[in-house]
Design a protein around this ligand. Structure first.
Ligand SMILES: [Cu+2]
Length: 326
């Protein structure tokens, strides 16, 4: 309750009340319709409840012998309560339809970015020199962006509350979504289709930056150039989604995969009973061909990461990072 009060009375992000910052060109329209419906419903709710209470008091039965008075129809009243709501619904329909059309037709000059959803991370591929598999969506401000989305496994749903856009991401087909970011900043990306154990950690971010910063970012391979192998491995560990399934400490947290902290160099028991040393070759095989050896006590749920998804250079960096988790 106290939380609700601070939410309603505390500093309000614009445009109004409880909605997150509106950061795309579509957001204003969506918010306008949302508020229209909200206030319309509030108005009629208050009106109907107030009349009901008033009538209950005014026309209550006053004695045991009082007869119900005869009531005849009123054409005027019936026409009014049919026509007014119909007109209001027509307004809502066309307003919503216009917004829906707008959301479904990306502008010609939109920047195309591919989105891959998978358990449990988002990957973004750019039409630029090798910026692929980025874990965050980086886009220039005031530039329409068209997302061509697909899933590697189950149904996910791509949702950016600040842009007021959301669409299912389905295996074996493409779905399209577009937005025009109007504000610089960092905005949350959620998955809104329950997709398994770590669904709630299927998080990413959209970074809206200036055109110059975007160019710089794309030219440096998505901010991945010039990092040491361990730093690169650390970035990849979260952008490739390893972090959703593996903790990096050595305590056994309830994640679907084994904790990777302090694991390098140890002996590990496989489901076949075989003992294997966690060395470079074993980690390499675990990533490239994840079902070749299954760690005892775990389900074979780790997807393989072939060279098209994790390059050799990235693989080396991941191994160096896992090695560094002492
Ligand atoms: Cu998901």
């Amino acid at each position: 309750m106290a939380h609700l009060l601070t939410l309603m009375t505390g500093p309000q992000p614009e445009p109004a009340m409880w909605l997150p910052t509106a950061a795309s060109s579509q957001a204003a329209d969506v918010d306008g319709l949302f508020h229209f419906i909200l206030y319309l419903c509030t108005f009629f709710f208050v009106l109907i409840m107030a009349l009901m209470v008033y009538f209950v008091v005014k026309y209550r039965r006053k004695s045991a012998t009082q007869k119900t008075s005869a009531v005849s129809g009123s054409h005027k009243l019936e026409i009014a309560w049919s026509v007014i709501p119909t007109l209001l619904l027509v307004v809502i329909f066309f307003w919503g339809f216009k917004g829906w059309m707008n959301l479904n037709v990306p502008p010609e000059d939109a920047l195309e970015i591919r989105v891959l959803g998978k358990k449990w991370s988002w990957e973004f591929d750019y039409p630029y020199n090798g910026v692929s598999g980025a874990g965050e969506l980086v886009v220039p401000v005031n530039q329409p962006v068209k997302l061509i989305m697909s899933s590697q496994d189950v149904i996910h749903s791509f949702y950016v509350p600040a842009f007021r856009i959301k669409r299912d991401v389905v295996p074996n087909r493409y779905s399209v979504l577009w937005f025009n970011p109007t504000k610089k900043g960092t905005f949350d990306v959620f998955c809104t289709e329950y997709c398994g154990t770590s669904h709630s950690q299927m998080l990413s971010r959209v970074k809206v930056v200036s055109r110059d910063d975007f160019k710089k970012w794309a030219e440096t391979g998505g901010g991945m150039d010039g990092l040491s192998p361990v730093e690169l491995g650390k970035k990849l560990f979260s952008s490739k989604g390893c972090v959703a399934c593996h903790s990096i400490t050595d305590d056994r947290m309830a994640k679907p995969g084994p904790a990777l902290g302090k694991r390098f160099g140890k002996m590990e028991e496989m489901s076949t009973g075989e003992m294997v040393k966690v060395d470079e070759n074993y980690v390499r095989e675990s990533i490239r061909n994840s079902t070749a050896k299954i760690v005892k006590g775990y389900a074979p749920v780790m997807p393989p990461f072939p060279a098209s998804s994790v390059s050799d250079r990235q693989l080396n960096a991941l191994i160096d990072y896992i090695k560094s988790l002492k």
